[in-house]
Design a protein around this ligand. Structure first.
Ligand code: ATP
Length: 263
């Protein structure tokens, strides 16, 4: 089970005496168990901050995040995080990177080796168990990061622009891989992206955020059939969803740019 509740969450940076940045304002979201939810929004609207709050890496100024009705007070193994910059340990092999969280939890050596190997294979890296991150391409590093998150068997997977640094071909392959893994492992996913095609292709629902302070201004249900193939992007239903998201987002990006100019 991995239902996620974000209840009236606000996040301010700075003290009362210095100038404050209001990153998020009274944000409310309910993501049911096993849903693939995607967030799009203009740069600086608070998307990463929201993921950090759910991950327990930041503390809300007011409101709370809950996983299965339990309030988040810090990081926990019920949530796994995948970042754009991979954040692998360069001194550890692929296998040891994936085993890392299991070792921290004192999972027996043989079990963690088997579990890590299973997920290394699941992300298509069979044969690379002993390679080091510096010898891997960006797409391969991100596969390791996904395997590492899954090996801990989290209930919720938090993904912050995980494919943002990849070229478009690798990105498409990674999207298909992620969908395949998600269909097999049935996790709740909260995924942040700038790419509207990616958002619609992956998501059950796409939340569009406003310019800072971030709020949800549109909730777009993506009722496109699964499993999804890449030719979906040329269908009228896909194009209609894209047009709706683009229209809202375009307006917010202009607002964000105007605010940045005024800062
Ligand atoms: N530690 C901090 N102190 C002050 N302001 C901060 C801090 N961290 C983030 N901010 C501000 O809060 C806002 C939200 O930042 P966040 O990184 O969450 O946005 P984002 O939507 O993920 O941006 P991007 O899409 O560019 O990655 C931004 O305006 C940012 O400048």
């Amino acid at each position: 089970m991995g239902a996620l509740d974000i209840e009236n969450v606000s996040l301010r940076f700075g003290t009362r005496h210095s100038s404050q940045v209001v990153a998020l304002s009274n944000l409310h979201m309910r993501i049911p168990d096993k849903q693939f939810a995607v967030i799009v929004g203009p740069s600086g609207c608070g998307k990463s901050s929201l993921l950090d709050l759910v991950a327990g890496l930041k503390e809300a100024s007011s409101g709370e995040c809950k996983v299965n009705s339990k309030t988040v007070f810090g990081p926990g193994r019920d949530r796994g995080m995948v970042f754009q910059n991979y954040s692998l340990f360069p001194w550890l092999s692929v296998q040891k990177n994936v085993e890392f969280g299991l070792a921290l939890r004192n999972v027996a050596m043989r079990e963690r080796a088997e579990r890590a190997r299973h997920f290394v294979h699941a992300v298509g890296l069979r044969g690379f168990e002993n390679a080091y991150p510096s010898h891997l391409s960006g797409g391969m590093k991100q596969r390791v990061a996904i395997a590492r998150a899954l090996a801990n068997d989290p209930e919720v997977l938090l993904m912050d622009e995980p494919f943002g640094a990849l070229d478009s071909q690798t990105r498409a392959v990674m999207q298909e891989l992620l969908i395949d893994i998600w269909e097999r492992h049935q996790k709740t996913v909260l995924f942040v992206t700038h790419d509207i095609d990616e958002a619609i292709f992956l998501g059950d629902v796409v939340y569009v955020m406003s310019a800072r302070p971030g709020r949800i201004i549109d909730t777009v249900q993506v009722d496109l059939p699964r499993p999804r193939q890449y030719d979906l992007v040329t269908t009228q239903d896909f194009i209609d969803l894209k047009r709706r998201i683009q229209k809202n987002l375009h307006h917010e990006v202009h607002k964000a740019l105007a605010a940045a100019g005024a800062d």
